[in-house]
Design a protein around this ligand. Structure first.
Ligand code: ZN
Length: 85
């Protein structure tokens, strides 16, 4: 499982947009997800001119959800070996 691969995993196809950056089914946080994929190929510009992208999470409960990267709580940093900063 490569969170930074270019092609989206098939499990992202059924993802739903989650509010609060947690699983909409069981409220587990993103750090507890069993799989992660970042849609880094399609970033969008925020009002502040920063880039954000979709982050897909496959929860341990089986639910698949996504949230914007700038909505992720600071306490939940993702390991990002190729971070643009
Ligand atoms: Zn869940």
């Amino acid at each position: 499982m490569d969170a930074f691969s270019a092609q989206p995993p098939t499990w992202t196809e059924k993802a739903t947009h989650a509010r609060g950056f947690q699983c909409p089914t069981c409220t587990a946080e993103s750090v507890e997800a069993v799989a992660v994929w970042l849609n880094r190929r399609s970033p969008v510009l925020t009002e502040l001119g920063r880039r954000k992208w979709q982050e897909f999470y496959q929860c341990r409960c089986g639910c698949v959800w996504w949230g914007w990267s700038d909505e992720r709580p600071p306490k939940e940093p993702l390991r990002r070996p190729n971070a643009p900063e």
